[in-house]
Ligand binder design. Structure first.
Ligand code: ADP
Length: 289
């Protein structure tokens, strides 16, 4: 490593020790990607891991609200300190830095990508077993750049049982394959609803089985998650950590075993902010052009 590259690495980045970075992605917005990020963080924390969430969904940041976070992160010229949820999940999100959570972020793609890279390089994450990255939805320039700039070891894909969602999620899966980022599994959210007061199960978006969607794409299947009014009530109230029926709790071993044991002892961003090589690296490696 040249002296120039060492100088480019921020103090926060030098002191962080993040063992695994998991991206949560979806083909389109509104399928529950942020919810899955939040519930997976809660599940990993319950399993005893140290966990952080980097909210890279800059134009639709819903993580702080879900956890009831409103305090402003402390900042020094050396870096930014994440805010902790009651159970100790460290969170950074643009909504914690705006004057009002209702302020829109009207930025072009490169500015969004730079902010996400800054959340990686200039935040004092400390020692984390898992950093979850709530990726921007879709396969446009922004999620692509974010995925290229962060050393993501594996991706959880979220979809809902609609043809449109399945079609766009295939694009997301193909993007990961081309970038040689391993897919840890598929969550089909909003798959069904339990009838209140009767034993029936309702399929509001059609009865598509998540397992068959995952099989068609050749990726591991994780679970079908129901629409649950308690989820939306808790997301609105900021109490998602208290949700008792978190089905991801039983999937922690499956998800974590899918990750190669890649230890980023000194967790430098890919190529000092450069681009991940999409052609010649091994799966999960962060290597440079
Ligand atoms: P995305 O990140 O894909 O845009 P969100 O995770 O922000 O989607 O979810 C969109 C909205 O739908 C949120 O208000 C969330 O609470 C709600 N929601 C998502 N999944 C469920 C579910 N399984 N049951 C009830 N509400 C849900």
């Amino acid at each position: 490593m040249t002296n120039q590259v060492i100088e480019d690495i921020s103090l926060a980045e030098q002191s962080n020790e993040i063992s695994h970075v998991i991206g949560i992605m979806s083909g389109k917005g509104g399928v529950g990607k942020s919810l899955v990020t939040g519930l997976l963080a809660v599940a990993l924390r319950k399993a005893g891991y140290s966990v952080g969430i980097l909210d890279a969904d800059i134009t639709g940041p819903s993580i702080p609200k879900m956890f009831g976070l409103t305090s402003r992160p402390e900042m020094s010229e050396l870096g930014i300190f994440p805010i902790e949820t009651p159970s100790g999940i460290r969170v950074i999100s643009i909504n914690l830095l705006l004057d009002s959570p209702d302020s829109p972020v009207i930025w072009r793609g490169p500015m969004i990508s730079n902010t996400v890279t800054q959340f990686w390089k200039d935040v004092f994450w400390g020692k984390l077993d898992y950093l979850l990255v709530d990726l921007p939805p879709g396969t446009s320039d922004v999620p692509l750049t974010v995925m290229q700039s962060l050393p993501i070891n594996g991706v959880v894909v979220v979809t809902s049982p609609q043809d449109l969602a399945a079609m766009v999620v295939r694009k997301a899966v193909n993007m990961c394959t081309q970038m040689k980022v391993p897919i840890l599994g598929l969550v089909q959210n909003m798959a069904y609803m339990k009838c209140p007061g009767c034993a029936d199960v309702i399929y509001p978006f059609g009865n598509t089985n998540g397992q068959s969607v995952a099989d068609q794409m050749g990726i591991p299947y994780l679970l079908d998650m129901p629409i649950d009014p308690e989820i939306s009530a808790r997301s609105d109230a900021g109490t998602i950590e208290g949700y008792g029926d978190n089905m991801l709790v039983d999937k922690v071993d499956l998800i974590t075993s899918g990750l190669k044991v890649v230890s980023h002892a000194k967790n430098h961003s890919c190529c000092g902010g450069g681009k991940r090589n999409t052609g010649e690296c091994n799966e999960g490696d962060c290597c440079c052009k």
